[in-house]
Design a protein around this ligand. Structure first.
Ligand SMILES: NC(=O)c1ccc[n+]([C@@H]2O[C@H](COP(=O)([O-])OP(=O)(O)OC[C@H]3O[C@@H](n4cnc5c(N)ncnc54)[C@H](O)[C@@H]3O)[C@@H](O)[C@H]2O)c1
Length: 439
């Protein structure tokens, strides 16, 4: 028998620093929520690490512990938060501006949130056109800015007596960029940092600083960030786990629930039109065509990979897929997403499905942020390095090894996640074959 990997997982002792570039709606809803849960004032709805169970062994064994009792995760009381933003607002002011949480929730964590003061950001307006703020670092080169971030990380760690740290990008969506020569290797990237290459985005400076500081990195936005050879290679060299991109919430979450179902029954899809209105700062940033293009790419890729038109041309080859996002201030964070889906069945007869999802973006994203932080920290302690594909469950555009298509079907993603945890702890994987019950 192989030794269970659990024997090698370092215990989750001491404080876990959670470092967040972008102290906006998602970040503050996440921080406030953790504090409310810690005080017993709210439930962590939507979080697998806090609420889900995991079946072990046979269906007849009756073993279904909570995930948090099965794998050694950091406890919520051990999380300490810090972050960077281009605005000087503390996390309470930022949360009040974001208007996600009701005053009765916000007021009860006012002292806690007010104590989280964003550090000065690395920012470049050519990457996020619609916003600008005063709380920004100055430096002669991007390498110098990375070094300033590394100093921030060390100071935060010492001040808060952290044992370990994780960084999660919750900053605005940066403009669309494909990987270029500067992203091809660590050498080229470091040279680019020193020479101030315009192709290096601020989020990449953060990711580099995290990896150089020995901190795992996750990306909640669709921008390229560390999804390129230089930083993936660096993460492996540094024995650090990384994952991304773009939290799977709202409309894409719905798509990855519904599309696998339609395909499982071999029903055709001829059109999928998705449109959204939202009025938060994220919506404002996405008004810029460059930032929208980044988002559109991750949103569009989902259906193609799930439906596999190359394997099922009769059902999906002619699918017309469009995604629109409109900034509409009156709605704030309460997004509305409409989907019109034109499907066809037996003998090609057409049918339609309409979805109107009145969702709350940051309420859906906050538990994802929590799970990612706790699972990345677990991965770090278990010596898992490089891309963590088992965390695809949380992303619209999961990072994968080069040449491998991502898995978008949420049910396969969940199975993968749970099997990874079983594997980590030396338990049998669950294949759902089930022959043993009928022998
Ligand atoms: N809310 C969701 O459901 C959801 C889902 C998927 C992805 N996302 C992505 O998560 C990110 C955060 O969303 P949000 O709703 O909190 O947006 P937000 O606009 O409320 O917050 C983003 C914050 O990032 C700051 N920022 C921008 N560039 C920065 C930089 N270089 N360094 C430090 N801070 C910087 C902004 O000033 C802002 O305060 C966005 O990119 C969004 O597209 C959100």
């Amino acid at each position: 028998m192989t030794t269970p990997q659990s024997a090698k997982i370092a215990p989750a002792k001491g404080k876990l620093g959670v470092l967040i570039p972008g102290v906006g709606a998602v970040a503050t809803t996440f921080m406030a929520g953790v504090e409310l849960v810690r005080r017993g004032k709210a439930n962590p709805v939507g979080s697998l690490t806090q609420l889900a169970t995991i079946r072990l062994g046979k269906r007849t064994d009756g073993r279904s512990p909570m995930i948090k009792d099965f794998v050694p995760l950091a406890g919520l009381n051990d999380l300490v938060f810090g972050g960077w933003d281009i605005y000087e607002d503390n996390a309470y002011q930022a949360a009040a501006n974001a208007q996600v949480l009701d005053p009765h929730h916000l007021d009860s964590v006012k002292r806690f949130l007010s104590g989280i003061q964003p550090m000065a950001a690395v920012f470049d307006q050519s990457y996020v056109k619609r916003i600008n703020g005063p709380n920004v670092k100055k430096g002669a080169s991007k390498m110098e800015l990375a070094e300033q971030l590394m100093a921030d990380i060390q100071q935060f760690k010492a001040k808060n007596k952290c044992d370990r740290m994780v960084m999660l990008w919750c900053g605005s969506t940066e403009t669309f960029k494909k990987p270029g020569a500067v992203h091809a290797s660590l050498r080229a990237f470091e040279k680019g940092l020193a020479k101030n290459s315009p192709d290096i985005a601020p989020s990449q400076v953060y990711a580099y600083a995290a990896l150089r500081s020995g901190v795992p990195f996750a990306n909640g936005a669709p921008n390229l960030t560390h999804d390129m050879p230089a930083l993936i290679e660096y993460a492996r060299d540094q024995s650090l786990p990384v994952c991304g991109k773009d939290f799977k919430t709202g409309q894409t979450f719905m798509k990855t629930l519904l599309a696998p179902g339609l395909k499982s029954r071999m029903l055709g899809v001829s059109g999928w039109f998705s449109t959204n209105i939202l009025g938060n700062r994220d919506g404002e940033v996405l008004e810029d065509p460059g930032s929208f293009k980044t988002k559109e790419e991750t949103k569009l890729s989902v259906l193609d990979t799930i439906l596999q038109p190359e394997l099922y041309p009769d059902l999906y080859k002619d699918l017309y897929h469009a995604v629109r996002i409109n900034y509409y201030p009156p709605r704030g964070d309460a997004k509305e997403g409409w989907d019109n889906i034109d499907i066809f069945g037996w003998l090609g007869y057409p049918m339609q499905i309409k979805i109107d999802f009145l969702c709350r973006d940051s309420i859906l994203a906050a538990p994802i942020a929590l799970d990612l932080v706790l699972f990345l920290d677990l991965a770090q302690r278990a010596g898992m390095r490089g891309i963590q594909e088992w965390l695809s469950f949380y992303f619209k555009a999961p990072m994968t090894a080069p040449g491998l298509y991502p898995e978008h079907d949420i049910f396969i993603q969940l199975m993968k996640l749970k099997n990874r945890l079983r594997h980590l702890m030396g338990e049998d994987l669950i294949t759902h074959l089930g022959l043993e019950y009928y022998d």
